[in-house]
Write a protein that binds this ligand. Structure first.
Ligand code: BEZ
Ligand code: FE
Length: 323
């Protein structure tokens, strides 16, 4: 993986000769700034910053941004940064509600025969416990019981034995275990499963509920100011891996959930929405330890082969702090 580096501690005396530069004008503002970036040694960093400059300058000109609007934007971004800590990432939330997370995700994981991906979200913050196939991940037994089944294959339908299926979901009230440490058992509704010899997996759970993303920060204010609701439709999160294959981070959406057509973070893809039919079978329910009737859902996952080495500009941008 190549690394794109912005070294903010550069010794300016070692910079190259300062060539005479065109003076700043409204008409050629972006070109003037772009010229100042021309000696950026990393070509990808130069490309990113030049395009960013061009689009930002175009934006300011298009909307004729006022000084007070720019001050408001700076204040908003400052508060967004100040809201961040080890467990809260308000910038990612901002990226989510503006559709940028989904766009970056979609561009970088074009499915081409594999299961489509979607956002990771902030609640995979603890490791899922390893569980046996068939285990019930609803440790408190609360909610509408549901049998989840599926098979992991390659893009041609060949089973991938030993694939791992990492699952986490909200409860029947729309909360993850980490949001209700006093109310839910630790690691409730989380599990790490290993598929059988046919790539099949199955486990017991409950049907999750839709829930709001956090609204007590600047992103919440943004949603309110734009008359947008903060809800995500009901879903189960999955990360599925298998040796020699690209892992997929995805969701399984409940088709009759409210907000399925208006996810606050734009995460819904048609191919990930499933029916959760009710089954009326007292014998099978008794075998599962479920009350009758219960719900079921089936979710097959197809993984693509590992891609060739990462493209040259699929690098990291390291921003070093000043000493
Ligand atoms: C989630 O599904 O867990 C999630 C995704 C994006 C923002 C907030 C929550
Ligand atoms: Fe979620």
């Amino acid at each position: 993986m190549t690394e794109t580096r912005i070294d903010t501690a550069t010794d300016r005396s070692s910079a190259g000769p300062t060539a005479a530069r065109e003076l700043f004008t409204e008409e050629r503002s972006a070109e003037v700034v772009a010229a100042s970036l021309a000696d950026t040694p990393d070509p990808r960093l130069r490309e990113l910053l030049t395009a960013l400059t061009r689009h930002l300058h175009e934006f300011v000109k298009e909307v004729q941004l006022t000084e007070s609007e720019w001050a408001t934007a700076i204040d908003f971004l400052t508060r967004t940064g100040q809201m961040c800590n080890e467990v809260r990432q308000e910038f990612i939330l901002l990226s989510d509600v503006l559709g940028i997370s989904m766009l970056v995700e979609t561009i970088n994981h074009r499915a081409a025969g594999g299961t489509e991906s979607t956002v990771l979200g902030p609640f995979h913050m603890v490791e899922s416990p390893e569980r046996d196939l068939g285990a019930d991940i609803a440790l408190d037994g609360k909610g509408q019981h549901c049998l989840v089944t599926g098979q992991v294959t390659d893009q041609h339908g060949n089973p991938l034995p030993g694939a791992t299926i990492d699952v986490w979901q909200a409860n029947e009230d729309g909360f993850y275990d980490v949001q209700q440490p006093e109310l839910q058992p630790e690691r409730n509704l989380r599990g790490l499963f290993t598929a059988d010899d046919n790539g099949r997996f199955w486990f017991r759970s409950i049907v999750p509920r839709y829930y709001p993303i956090p609204t007590d920060g600047p992103v919440g204010s943004l949603l309110e100011a734009t008359a947008r609701h903060p809800f995500r439709p009901a879903h189960l999160h999955f990360i599925v891996t298998a040796p020699g294959h690209r892992p997929v981070t995805t969701h399984l959406f409940v088709d009759d959930s409210p907000y399925i057509d208006s996810d606050a973070v734009f995460g819904v893809k048609e191919s990930l929405v499933r029916d959760f039919p009710e089954v009326d079978d007292p014998e099978r329910a008794a075998e599962l330890g479920f009350p009758n009737p219960y719900r079921t859902v089936h979710f097959d996952v197809a993984l693509l082969p590992l891609s060739a080495p990462e493209a040259q500009h699929d690098g990291e941008i390291a921003l070093e702090e000043r000493p």
